[in-house]
Design a protein around this ligand. Structure first.
Ligand SMILES: NC(=O)c1ccc[n+]([C@@H]2O[C@H](COP(=O)([O-])OP(=O)(O)OC[C@H]3O[C@@H](n4cnc5c(N)ncnc54)[C@H](OP(=O)(O)O)[C@@H]3O)[C@@H](O)[C@H]2O)c1
Length: 293
């Protein structure tokens, strides 16, 4: 297949470059960072530039687009306004969906578990109430709606917390936690935030598997099988590696008032399984992540 990846320089995108290039032709897009894109067929493109985006579709004519590019920061950097977030997460997503329809390309869109109402319960199914608590989550949900209103050859993946080691420039919480623990630096982790985490490597592998399935017009929970707090995830990493658990400090969401409070968006992944996707256990994903580091 010919696959176009947006956000190829992102945390997930860099893993997708490696995974998808094994069996497919890829064109991977970056904007301000190269990441692993420099090792693959790649192009620099601001996805808010509609005519450049259109040229890419004309020139490359992809069978499928994996759209991961987004402003994904929970707290906005100074140089990015809410309007920019809307342009990138909503308008560009709409344009990509329209181009996918025009060029007969399948669209896989990485949405987020944060579209769900985080105060309502646990192991949420796809029909659970959608109440995003942040600008990021709200614009990701608007992206979903723009796609659904455009055409039907899409798969929306409501993606859980992705863990692993960010490649090249990519900074992420798991990488920092692991490095701090290794250097005997205390690490603060939430005891009151529950997720169903998925490793970056496994996320890229499953997206590759989903490409070959005949799935259309579906929003699917895309996470691991185990509900766990961020603190418990830290404990697991320590147990599996022998790192010092005593360095972990319990904090609650009240300790970080600037972050949107999203208590529990753990997700039920029966629908994902129903497509024949075999999920790895959390321990297995952590060990695989650590062994590949
Ligand atoms: N990471 C998680 O735990 C998680 C959880 C749930 C859902 N998701 C979703 O998964 C996707 C990937 O997340 P991530 O963590 O990999 O994000 P990330 O590391 O923040 O990467 C974002 C990507 O978007 C690109 N981008 C931003 N603005 C752009 C623009 N105007 N034009 C072109 N590209 C632009 C960035 O390119 P440059 O760096 O080159 O500028 C980068 O490649 C996102 O859609 C996110 O909503 C992630």
């Amino acid at each position: 297949m010919k696959i176009l990846i947006t956000g190829g320089s992102g945390l997930l995108g860099q893993y997708l470059n490696i995974e998808l290039s094994r069996q497919h032709q890829i064109l991977t897009l970056y904007n301000s960072n190269f990441g692993t894109c420099k090792d693959f067929n790649s192009a620099k493109l601001d996805i808010t530039n509609k005519s450049s985006l259109q040229n890419v579709f004309y020139d490359y004519n992809p069978n499928a687009v994996i759209h991961t590019a987004a402003i994904s920061n929970p707290i906005l950097p100074d140089n990015i306004s809410p309007k920019d977030v809307y342009k990138i997460n909503v308008e560009a997503t709409k344009n990509i969906a329209e181009l996918c329809e025009k060029f007969n390309s399948k669209l896989i869109y990485t949405s987020t578990d944060l579209v769900y109402a985080g105060y309502l319960g646990l192991m949420l199914k796809e029909d659970a109430k959608l109440i995003p608590a942040s600008l990021y989550a709200e614009t990701k949900l608007m992206g979903e709606i723009k796609i659904q209103n455009t055409f039907d050859n899409y798969v929306i993946l409501r993606t859980a917390l992705l863990f692993g080691f960010g490649l090249s420039h990519s900074k992420n919480h798991f990488k920092k936690m692991f490095n701090d623990l290794k250097h005997n630096i205390p690490v603060k982790l939430f005891v009151d935030q529950f997720r169903t985490p998925l490793s970056l490597k496994e996320a890229a592998r499953i997206i590759d598997e989903l490409l070959s399935k005949e799935i259309k017009s579906e929003a699917i929970n895309f996470g691991g099988t185990e509900r766990i707090s961020r603190y418990q995830l830290g404990e697991k990493v320590c147990e599996l590696t022998g790192l010092n658990k005593n360095l972990l400090t319990k904090i609650t969401m009240d300790d970080v008032p600037e972050l949107a409070k999203v208590e529990d968006v753990s997700m039920n992944t029966d629908k994902l399984k129903s497509y024949g996707i075999k999920q790895k256990k959390l321990d297995e994903m952590i060990l695989e992540t650590l062994n590949n580091n």
